[in-house]
Design a protein around this ligand. Structure first.
Ligand SMILES: Cc1cc2nc3c(=O)[nH]c(=O)nc-3n(C[C@H](O)[C@H](O)[C@H](O)COP(=O)(O)OP(=O)(O)OC[C@H]3O[C@@H](n4cnc5c(N)ncnc54)[C@H](O)[C@@H]3O)c2cc1C
Length: 386
């Protein structure tokens, strides 16, 4: 599958070298640990350390701040490759990038100079939007940041923060207030050791069990004024800008996982004998394989399309980002389920990786906007204003 998917991407010489190094790391270190990380629900620190040693954490930081950015298409290919080897690791890696995007796009030069080096030094990032009553409906966020003379006082409880328990930097979306005046949605840069920040419940999840997902409680958590990003009340711009970057990433993660499930299914179908021949020689299985390959290729082309739009400098690619995320997440859920089907009863058992892959796949239809929300976003694009 790899050869077919990678045919449609043109790397520079430097990107090619980075990609080959990533492939080696995935083959030798990350993929062999994926089952264990899932079984033990263990944060894959070894993988993150290796990623940092290769300075892959520099890829999403602008050159002006010490990073070594590559084209978006090359970035998406690298993220796909890591997620193919271990989806939990791909998500942790992508989440740090997600934390950086609003800093790069919306923070002041001074804030960039102060906070981006954390990532170059191997620190992790998280992004915190969701609350118990504010999931798909981000407008319902109620965590408050009240302006005082010495900073902003944050109070509220955030849900489902990926990497929230280990991240050094967390972007927290709050409703800023000045006295009795509500200023609106505003992102704040909150550091891990901030007094008043505590980690609450750690979720026990169906899949991506190496990636931690936690509740964060803010009780009179004081952050300095200069940790606020942009103008107060301008948070929706930052939120939409962040989602336009993060959604193609989730799509790339989905394609990587789909590719892994597909390859496992193809290998199995070429070995398993029933009715006197390899099951891939039965047309029913061949048709499943053909549909899986076609859907994976189609979703990868959508991901690359968004990557190319970004590389060409387009700013208005929200609908395309949603299309890529919607399709790739629907495809991976189907492909992983079919990979289990092709393995028969063995696929349902933990000895085979497709069982983990099917559990990992489900989340891609839920986070960074559910399937239904993406259909709304795409549909709205074509709805004429009254
Ligand atoms: C493992 C994991 C990691 C996560 N990581 C993060 C993170 O790092 N940071 C963060 O901020 N959040 C994170 N989330 C939260 C995630 O983004 C939300 O779960 C997601 O946005 C959906 O919100 P919800 O769970 O409250 O579901 P709801 O919004 O309550 O939706 C429930 C159902 O209703 C549907 N629905 C809702 N509104 C509509 C509508 N208008 N029309 C049609 N259908 C609708 C949804 O599609 C869904 O099927 C994570 C969640 C999980 C499970």
């Amino acid at each position: 599958m790899k050869d077919i998917l990678m045919r449609s991407i043109e790397f520079s010489e430097e990107e090619k070298l980075v990609f080959e190094t990533v492939q080696k790391l995935c083959r030798e270190e990350i993929a062999p640990r994926a089952s264990e990380v899932d079984r033990e629900e263990r944060f894959p620190w070894e993988n993150i350390r290796k990623i940092n040693e290769l300075r892959l954490n520099n890829l999403f930081i602008p050159e002006a701040y010490g990073g070594n950015p590559i084209s978006k298409t090359a970035w998406l290919a690298i993220l796909k490759e890591i997620s193919k080897a271990c989806t939990s690791t791909g998500i942790i890696f992508a989440t740090s990038a997600h934390c950086c995007y609003p800093i790069v796009d919306f923070a002041s030069k001074e804030q960039k100079r102060r906070f981006l080096p954390t990532f170059l030094d191997g620190g992790l990032g998280a992004i915190s939007i969701t609350e118990s009553h504010a999931g798909s409906e981000a407008k319902a966020i109620s965590t408050s940041a009240v302006k005082r003379s010495d900073g902003y006082l944050i109070n509220g409880t955030k849900m489902f923060v990926t990497t929230g328990d280990v991240a050094d930097v967390i972007i927290v979306f709050c409703i800023a207030k000045d006295g009795t005046r509500t200023l609106g949605l505003t992102p704040f840069i909150v550091l891990k050791e901030s007094p008043g920040l505590t980690i609450g419940k750690k979720e026990k999840k169906m899949g991506i069990r190496g990636s931690s997902t936690v509740q964060i409680i803010f009780e009179d958590c004081l952050v300095p004024h200069d940790h606020m990003m942009g103008e107060p009340g301008q948070g929706f711009k930052a939120l939409l800008g962040f989602l336009n970057h993060s959604r193609p990433n989730i799509a790339a993660i989905s394609v990587g996982l789909a590719e892994a499930a597909f390859e496992a299914a193809v290998n199995y179908a070429n070995e398993r004998i029933q009715f006197g021949k390899r099951i891939i020689q039965h047309q029913g299985i061949q048709f499943m394989i053909a549909e899986m390959a076609t859907q994976i290729q189609a979703s990868w082309q959508l991901v690359l399309h968004v990557g190319r739009l970004m590389d060409q400098g387009y700013k208005d690619f929200g609908a395309e980002a949603s299309m890529a995320k919607l399709m790739a997440s629907e495809v991976v859920e189907k492909v992983a389920s079919n990979a289990v089907q092709i393995h028969g009863g063995y696929g349902y058992c933990r000895d085979y990786p497709v069982e983990r892959m099917m559990r990992d796949a489900k989340i891609t239809q839920i986070f960074e906007g559910t399937t239904q929300i993406h259909k709304m976003v795409i549909g709205r694009r074509f709805t004429k204003k009254e």
